[in-house]
Design a protein around this ligand. Structure first.
Ligand SMILES: [Zn+2]
Length: 461
C-alpha cells in the first residue's frame, strides 16, 4: 500500500493545483497535510474492491459506500446485512439511514402541555385503579392483525410502541406493505399509537443527533399515515441512560417516556413450551394485587408469535376474571386524548397516498375466497396477507414463513432476537443476525467436506 501511496503523490498534487490554483498550474501548492489527506482518500477508494474480506466494525472500519455492515461484521447489501437494528449503524449503510417521505418534523413546536411529566422523567405505572395498560413494542408485524382481532374480541384497548423500519420489514409508510393499514386500524379502533423509534437503535449507545434522527424519522413516517405523531415513546431495550443525557434529549423533543411495572419477558419465551413462564409472571403480579386499588402497566411485543397467539388471550382472560379493564397508557394516566399526539398539518396530500391495498403483483386480483398463487394475491385480502405453501392466505408463520409465495402476497420478516426489558446479556453479548458470515462459512465448509467425502467413498467403492 505504501508503494501505491507514493505513486499517487504527484497525481494528488495535480488535483489540488487544479482545485486551488487560479493562476498558472502548480503555482499554488497545498500543504503536506492536504496532500496526505488526498492520498489517503484515493487509496481508500482504490482499496475497496480489493478488500476481499469486506469486514467492518470497530478497529476494522467502514464498508464501501452504500453497503451495509452486518451484526457479524461483514459488508453486504442483502436484507440480512442491512436490517436494523442488527446492522452496525456507524460502519456502513443500514436501513436506519432510509427516510420517510414528506417534510421533516424538526420545526414543529413541542410544548410540554398537560399534567403528565415529560423526559427525562420515566413513567412506570398507571394511575387508575382497576385498569391494566397492555403495551406492545416493535410492531407492526405479521402478527399485529391477529392481535387487533383479539383486542376487539375482549373489548380491550392497548398501546402500540411502533418501530418504523426494524427487522427488515420495510418502512411503515410504504403503502405497498401491510403496516400502514394496521396502524390506521389501531387508530380507528381506539388504541394508542406511540413511538418506539425509527430503527430500534439503543439510544444510550448513539450520538444525540442520531437519537434525534431516530425519533424525528418515526414522527414523519407516522405523520404520513395518521396525520400526527405521538407524544409518548418507549426507548428500545428500555435503554436511555442518564449519563448520556438521553432522557433530557427525548424530553426536549416533547416526549413522555413510558416504562412498565410488569415485564412479561415474552421475547425470551417465544415457544409453546416456554410461554407459560410469561403467563406465570403476569398472573403472579396481578393476582397479588386488589383490582379496587391496583393498576398495572405491562410490556409485551407483537413481534413474537406466542405473545399474540397465546400469551395475550391469557392476559385478557385473567383481566376479565379479576375485573380489570384494558385501557391505553394515555387513559390510564388520565391524559386527555388530544395531548397524545402532535398534528402536522403540512401534509394536505395525506389523502393522496398510494392505494393501501397495493398487491405484490399489481396485475393480480385480490383473493376473494382465501386462495392464492398464480391467479390471486393475498395482499389486501381479508384472509391474511401472506400466501402460504398450500396456496391459501393467512397471517401466521404457516403462511408467512417457509414456503410463503412472494409473488402472491407478503412474506415474513425475521422476528427480533431480543426485547425491550433491560437485559444485561443483550447489552454485553451483542446481537445475533442471520448475516453471520462466520457461521455461514463454517456451514459451507461442512457441506463441501461432506460432498468430497461422498465422491471419495463412491470412487473407492
Ligand atoms: Zn423494542
Amino acid at each position: 500500500m505504501r508503494t501505491y501511496s507514493l505513486a499517487l503523490l504527484p497525481l494528488a498534487g495535480c488535483v489540488f493545483a487544479g482545485l486551488f490554483g487560479d493562476g498558472p498550474v502548480y503555482t499554488v501548492l497545498p500543504d503536506q497535510s492536504q496532500i496526505e489527506e488526498a492520498v489517503e482518500a484515493a487509496v481508500n477508494i482504490r482499496d475497496v474492491p480489493n478488500n476481499v474480506d469486506y469486514r467492518c466494525g470497530p478497529k476494522i472500519g467502514k464498508c464501501p459506500i452504500d453497503t451495509c455492515c452486518s451484526a457479524a461484521g461483514f459488508c453486504g447489501t442483502s436484507k440480512a446485512h442491512c436490517r436494523s437494528p442488527d446492522c452496525k449503524i456507524d460502519y456502513g449503510h443500514c436501513d436506519a439511514y432510509k427516510s420517510p417521505y414528506g417534510p421533516p418534523t424538526k420545526d414543529i413546536v413541542r410544548p410540554h402541555i398537560g399534567q403528565i411529566p415529560y423526559g427525562p422523567k420515566e413513567i412506570r405505572s398507571c394511575a387508575i385503579p382497576g385498569t391494566i395498560a397492555l403495551t406492545f413494542d416493535d410492531g407492526p408485524t405479521r402478527y399485529t392483525g391477529d392481535l387487533l382481532d383479539l383486542l376487539d374480541k375482549y373489548d380491550a384497548k392497548a398501546t402500540f410502541f411502533i418501530t418504523g423500519i426494524n427487522n427488515g420489514k420495510g418502512q411503515i409508510d410504504d403503502f405497498s406493505l401491510p403496516w400502514a393499514s394496521l396502524i390506521e386500524r389501531m387508530q380507528s379502533s381506539g388504541h394508542q399509537i406511540a413511538s418506539h423509534t425509527w430503527s430500534h437503535e439503543d439510544l444510550s449507545k448513539i450520538t444525540p443527533s442520531q437519537r434525534r434522527d431516530q425519533l424525528e424519522k418515526n414522527e414523519a413516517a407516522l405523520r404520513n399515515i395518521i396525520g400526527s405523531f405521538p407524544t409518548y415513546m418507549r426507548p428500545p431495550y428500555s435503554s436511555c441512560a442518564p449519563d448520556t443525557d438521553c432522557g433530557v434529549d427525548v424530553g426536549k423533543l416533547g416526549y413522555h417516556i413510558v416504562m412498565y411495572d410488569i415485564d412479561t419477558d415474552d421475547y425470551k419465551n417465544d415457544s409453546p413450551e416456554l410461554i407459560q413462564r410469561s403467563k406465570d409472571i403476569f398472573d403472579h403480579a396481578v393476582y397479588a394485587g386488589d383490582p379496587h386499588t391496583k393498576s398495572w402497566l405491562v410490556i409485551a411485543h407483537d413481534a413474537h408469535e406466542q405473545t399474540v397467539h397465546n400469551l395475550t388471550e391469557h392476559m385478557l382472560k385473567t383481566m376479565k376474571r379479576l375485573g380489570y379493564h384494558g385501557i391505553t397508557v394515555g387513559d390510564c394516566l388520565r391524559d386527555p386524548r388530544p395531548l397524545w399526539y402532535r398534528k402536522d398539518t403540512r401534509m394536505p396530500t395525506h389523502k393522496k397516498k398510494p392505494k393501501k391495498t397495493a398487491s405484490a403483483d399489481p396485475n393480480k386480483p385480490i383473493s376473494f375466497d382465501g386462495s392464492c398463487g398464480s391467479n390471486y394475491t393475498c395482499m389486501g385480502s381479508t384472509f391474511g396477507y401472506c400466501c402460504g405453501s398450500t396456496s391459501s392466505c393467512g397471517n401466521t408463520t404457516t403462511y408467512c414463513g417457509t414456503g410463503c409465495q412472494k409473488d402472491a402476497g407478503y412474506c415474513a420478516v425475521e422476528a427480533p432476537s431480543n426485547g425491550d426489558a433491560w437485559d444485561p446479556k443483550v447489552h454485553t453479548k451483542g446481537k445475533k443476525s442471520e448475516a453471520d458470515g462466520s457461521s455461514r462459512t463454517i456451514g459451507t465448509a461442512a457441506v463441501i467436506s461432506l460432498f468430497l467425502a461422498l465422491i471419495v467413498a463412491t470412487w473407492i467403492g
